[in-house]
Design a protein around this ligand. Structure first.
Ligand SMILES: Cc1cc2nc3c(=O)[nH]c(=O)nc-3n(C[C@H](O)[C@H](O)[C@H](O)COP(=O)(O)OP(=O)(O)OC[C@H]3O[C@@H](n4cnc5c(N)ncnc54)[C@H](O)[C@@H]3O)c2cc1C
Length: 530
């Protein structure tokens, strides 16, 4: 018998979640992480002594409350922070629009922009909340098999169908119509204020190689609503940064008996279709287990780790066509003081600056920002999703000082010239833009960290630098994620499974991919099928 039941390649948050569930069900589980730190996209790193920042992800998906409760993560130090303000949208004319968890409060603020928008906003919010409730069960289920739906598949879908019928005609039509729509069209049907349109639409293109006029981008809003009841990106932080979530998961995993090895770079998966699969480390060490689970993205798994001769050419060709063109970069800043944004004066900073800060004031601005990346350029005026997590969690920086996390789109993986020579030009573009909204910001910077899509691939192991392990478009979604016929965490190799963001329900710090995958793997191992 091999020493382990399960070997998990990658200690990202989904790998750790899967490990926790599998170990709790009595399976001897090993996690192999190539970096010296677990967490994948969910890491907190020090960019200058005393200044700690969530290096990649800066707000959780949100993380599934059910998974957090199942794994008792509070006992292992997890503390979520949910600021009242979800997004503060900045306008170049010096105005700022706060979008709060409280729809009535947002509507009151909108009155200063447009009376019709203030009137429509509460219905927009409640329609997405109703639709989100119907979609919510989908995210924690295994997508049904298209060819041979099981009785359980039919039962699950039946329940969703019933809930759909309960929506009422108006929301039913909305749901059916919105999915394939360009998000620019959807928001224009509801609102006339460009700043509001662009802020809502931004959720549809977050991390995507798409602009607001791309078909199917409304899907991002519907999916966000399924995750947490709102179409607008969530401001959901972890005390201590996102790395504290990974630390809690690692703590829970170890308590359940999981062995975690860092600095363990897997270079190959061998004989995964036989009864004795194994992984080979870059050092040459070989580890056998009953099954292998990959938390790496699908392209890395099948195009780098598995020998092509082990795969059906048809599957291989589909995997080569799986789209994962990275479009985002990160800039993290250590700041000597809290920056002052034009139009955001005085008061408790938590109330205005505690959530996300959106820079991308018009739909056309966002579309132009995307246009650049289609032709291999980073945007001259990028869309920025900014957080200053030290406002809500002062433990991240020395007293009176702050850290700022800047998610930048669009920054294409395939850049004209190369990222090595154009890094400084890119940094200047982003800081110039920030400076135009927060004059004097440049003077406050005491340390800076830039992470390009190439760094995302080389350091964080994301193929193509794609933040979600692959596009989350209609053709790579639900029963199509990562590929049609392979959306149930199983792969053509009977003892190799997937558990990362390249599976349903896609990217984001939710923990759901890991939980769903563990359910399927546990079922196969315990049913004697393997
Ligand atoms: C710049 C950026 C910003 C983001 N912002 C947000 C955000 O604000 N909110 C949000 O919810 N989501 C955000 N995301 C998306 C989020 O990070 C991902 O959806 C999430 O990390 C996926 O988790 P995962 O565990 O599936 O994979 P990952 O976090 O990618 O983890 C995979 C792990 O596998 C390891 N690995 C890969 N190959 C090997 C190998 N050969 N051997 C051993 N180990 C290996 C990697 O090192 C990594 O630790 C962002 C992502 C990026 C890159």
């Amino acid at each position: 018998m091999p020493a382990y039941d399960v070997t998990i390649i990658g200690g990202g948050h989904n790998g750790l979640v899967a490990a926790c569930y599998l170990a709790k069900s009595g399976l001897k589980t090993l996690v192999l992480e190539r970096r010296e730190v677990v967490g994948g996209g969910a890491v907190t790193e020090e960019i200058k002594p005393g200044f700690r920042v969530s290096t990649l992800d800066h707000a959780a998906g949100p993380f599934s409350a059910e998974v957090a409760a199942d794994l008792n993560l509070a006992r292992f130090g997890l503390e979520m922070i949910t600021p009242e303000v979800r997004v503060l949208a900045l306008s170049p004319d010096g105005r700022a629009l706060g979008i709060y968890n409280d729809a009535a409060r947002t509507a009151t603020e909108l009155k200063g922009f447009s009376a019709p928008d203030a009137k429509n906003y509460p219905e927009f919010v409640s329609s997405f909340a109703r639709i989100g409730r119907v979609l919510a069960p989908l995210i924690s289920m295994t997508p049904p098999s298209i060819d041979q739906p099981s009785a359980a598949d039919v039962w699950q879908l039946g329940k969703v169908g019933l809930a759909f019928r309960g929506l009422g005609k108006k929301d039913e039509y909305r749901l059916l119509r919105w999915g394939p729509m360009a998000v620019a069209d959807l928001v224009s049907e509801w609102f006339e204020t460009e700043l509001l349109r662009a802020t809502v639409a931004a959720r549809g293109i977050y991390g995507a190689f798409a602009g607001p006029w791309s078909a199917g981008t409304s899907l991002g809003l519907l999916w966000q609503a399924a995750m947490d009841g709102s179409a607008i990106g969530s401001a959901s932080y972890v005390r201590g940064g996102m790395g504290a979530l990974s630390a809690a998961l690692a703590g829970a995993a170890k308590a359940a008996g999981v062995e975690i090895r860092t600095g363990a770079d897997v270079s190959a998966v061998v004989a995964a279709d036989s009864d004795s699969p194994k992984v080979v480390l870059a050092t040459g060490e070989e580890i056998e287990s009953r099954v292998v689970v990959s938390n790496a993205d699908p392209r890395t798994t099948f195009l780098d780790l598995v020998d092509p001769v082990d795969l059906d050419p048809n599957f291989l060709s589909k995997m080569r066509n799986y789209r994962a063109p990275g479009a985002a970069a990160k800039i993290n800043l250590a700041l000597d003081a809290l920056p002052v944004f034009r139009g955001v004066n005085g008061g408790d900073p938590k109330l205005r600056l505690g959530g996300r800060i959106h820079i991308g004031p018009e739909i056309d601005y966002l579309e132009r920002a995307f246009d650049a990346s289609k032709y291999g350029e980073f945007s001259a005026q990028p869309y920025l999703d900014v957080t200053i997590p030290s406002v809500a969690d002062p433990s991240l920086a020395p007293e009176g000082k702050h850290v700022m996390s800047v998610h930048v789109q669009f920054a294409p993986y395939k850049l004209n010239g190369d990222w090595g020579t154009r890094r400084e030009e890119f940094e200047k573009t982003v800081i110039d833009l920030l400076e135009s909204y927060a004059p004097g910001l440049r003077e406050l910077i005491v340390a800076q960290q830039t992470i390009t899509p190439l760094d995302l691939e080389q350091t964080y192991g994301l193929s193509g630098g794609h933040i979600h392990h692959g596009e989350q478009s209609l053709d790579q979604f639900f029963t199509f994620r990562p590929l049609i016929g392979w959306a149930q965490y199983r792969t053509p190799l009977k003892r190799l499974y997937l558990c990362g963001a390249g599976t349903h329900p896609g990217g984001g710090l939710t923990g759901l991919n890991g939980a769903n995958a563990a359910r399927e793997i546990g079922r196969d191992l315990k049913s004697g099928k393997l």
